[in-house]
Design a protein around this ligand. Structure first.
Ligand SMILES: NC(=O)C1=CN([C@@H]2O[C@H](COP(=O)(O)OP(=O)(O)OC[C@H]3O[C@@H](n4cnc5c(N)ncnc54)[C@H](OP(=O)(O)O)[C@@H]3O)[C@@H](O)[C@H]2O)[C@@H](O)CC1
Ligand SMILES: [K+]
Length: 494
């Protein structure tokens, strides 16, 4: 996992690395520019004209190096600068000196129209809202219909906090080494565009001395977090799990969780559902078993948890009297791994005193709205929500999975992990029910909470990407769960 540092820490990290490796700072800048260009050439055909807009700090220095490399690779490139080049940073000036003579350089106002705009005005050094000429430049660029790409950060966006004022609206942001925190906030997605993270070769050991409890997870070494099974393993070893939920008219949700648990490899999957759902579930999922139903249209108010390895509760549950009693029973009488989702979370929000029954084996999977109902606090922005999520997991010693683009996992020890898998096509009804089934399955198979959640959230997103690449906007939650086995196989999990 990659540690996320603040914008202020970036400078010291770079300094430490440069000293540690005995290289010059312009060499690190060259690597950043090279990483950008290696990605760029896979995206943009050579016939497209390119303008690079450069500030006079190191972000602008990156921009100049990018302009040089792209021109060497056959693109027609122009540079537009803003600010006084004479007062530019040392590495900006170095890159200005080594620009090829044929490459046109002028103030930004004199650059002609081109197909692609590269924004290298400000990176992590931004420390106040844009004004004057800088504001005019960004407003002018935002009006252009060209393909827009930001270097490290969209100019105007602070690296670790909410935006104030105008920001460059990128289609893509190529961020170096790790994503800067504010690129992960949903409210900044319209400025960051699609996030690309490229390594500039700074080894993990250089991050050790920097304080940060936030990490970015792209599924690297995923196999390490998975449990190994033996050829002699039998279905009991793969866990006995219960998915509890469903109500009249909402049986599909618990069906999706159940199928997802089966596709994730659970040995035995039981459903605790109302009587009205028995035929539906048994007819559609022959591999699942149904526990004796409690109510006609609603779940029973308790269930037998003897010999059960994990419980997932909430999808389609409703908020009736039995449903609430069942949530209470599971929380207060079952100490095993428990996934609480959807209406189970809403019920907890209505009964805040029950939160004290949460425990280290419990994981909650709210989306933003459910999280708001759970805490009773409407986060001011995503930075506030990140803190609220961290504090919630610490306070109740549980794990919290805040769903969305870059799903945020908060562990009881204060660590937070942003997940990098997933696609926009997962914003469809039932997608969350699939996650509940996956998490319940891994927990039932005996994974630790941390490993179950990292693997579960990653594969859920990856299965969503695979489904989205076949079905696009027509992706259904059932398409996502059908791709779980492919995602597992892709990571080398048999
Ligand atoms: N070796 C490295 O460090 C590497 C760094 N790399 C690259 O460097 C980038 C960071 O570079 P940077 O630190 O020079 O900051 P940058 O964002 O270019 O800003 C420059 C200056 O602008 C000023 N300023 C701020 N806000 C302003 C405003 N609203 N309006 C007007 N001026 C404003 C402020 O100076 P001030 O005015 O406060 O004195 C600030 O210092 C990083 O994102 C990555 O792209 C990579 O090459 C890898 C190696
Ligand atoms: K930039």
């Amino acid at each position: 996992m990659q540690k996320i540092l603040s914008g202020n820490q970036v400078k010291s990290l770079d300094q430490k690395y440069i000293e540690g490796e005995g290289i010059h700072s312009y060499q690190l800048m060259e690597r950043a520019a090279m990483a950008f260009c290696d990605w760029f050439v896979t995206m943009v055909p050579e016939e497209r004209s390119v303008s690079v807009y450069c500030g006079t700090g190191n972000n602008g220095g990156d921009g100049l190096a990018i302009a040089r490399i792209l021109s060497q690779r056959g693109y027609s490139v122009a540079v537009g600068h803003i600010g006084d080049p004479e007062k530019g940073s040392t590495d900006f000036q170095h890159n200005l000196r080594v620009l090829p003579e044929k490459l046109p350089v002028s103030t930004w106002k004199n650059v002609t129209e081109s197909d692609v705009l590269i924004d290298a005005v400000f990176g992590v050094g931004i420390n106040r809202p844009l004004e004057g000429d800088y504001l005019k430049l960004i407003q002018y660029l935002n009006e252009k219909p060209a393909l827009k790409i930001s270097v490290d950060m969209p100019s105007g966006l602070p690296s670790d906090g909410p935006l104030e004022g105008e920001v460059f609206r990128a289609d893509y942001t190529v961020s170096f080494q790790f994503p800067k925190l504010s690129l992960l906030a949903p409210e900044h997605a319209a400025y960051a565009g699609k996030l690309i993270v490229r390594s500039i070769g700074i080894g993990r050991s250089y991050f050790d001395s920097f304080e940060s409890n936030r990490f970015f997870f792209s599924g690297e070494n995923l196999i390490r977090y998975h449990k190994k099974f033996l050829p002699s393993s039998h279905k009991g070893d793969f866990g006995r799990v219960v998915l509890a939920g469903g109500s009249y008219g909402k049986m599909g949700s618990i069906g999706l969780s159940t199928r997802a648990a089966l596709r994730t490899g659970s040995g035995l999957v039981f459903c605790h559902i109302p009587a009205c759902g028995v035929e539906i579930i048994q007819g559609s999922i022959p591999e699942a078993m149904v526990l004796p139903p409690g109510g006609e249209h609603e779940v029973g108010d308790r269930m037998d948890t003897e010999g059960i390895d994990a419980i997932g509760i909430g999808p389609g549950l409703g908020k009736g009297e039995n449903a609430a009693k069942l949530v209470y029973q599971v929380l207060s009488h079952y100490a095993g791994p428990t996934v609480l989702d959807a209406d189970a979370i809403n019920i907890l929000g209505d009964n805040p005193a029950w939160l004290n029954s949460l425990h280290a084996n419990a994981v909650l999977t709210p989306h933003l709205k459910e999280f708001e109902r759970l805490t009773g606090i409407a986060g001011k922005n995503h930075f506030h929500r990140m803190d609220l999520a961290r504090d919630f997991a610490r306070k109740y010693s549980c794990t919290l999975v805040l769903k969305g683009a870059f799903t945020l996992i908060s562990f009881p020890d204060g660590q937070q992990v942003f997940n990098n898998s997933g696609s926009l096509h997962m914003a469809t009804g039932g997608s969350g029910d699939v996650l509940t089934g996956i998490l319940t399955s891994f927990l039932g198979q005996g994974y630790s909470m941390k490993n179950a959640v990292l693997c579960g959230v990653f594969h859920h997103g990856h299965a969503g990407e695979l489904a989205g690449s076949c079905r696009g906007r027509g992706t259904l939650a059932s398409d996502i769960l059908e791709k779980i086995p492919d995602s597992l196989l892709h990571s080398g999990i048999e």
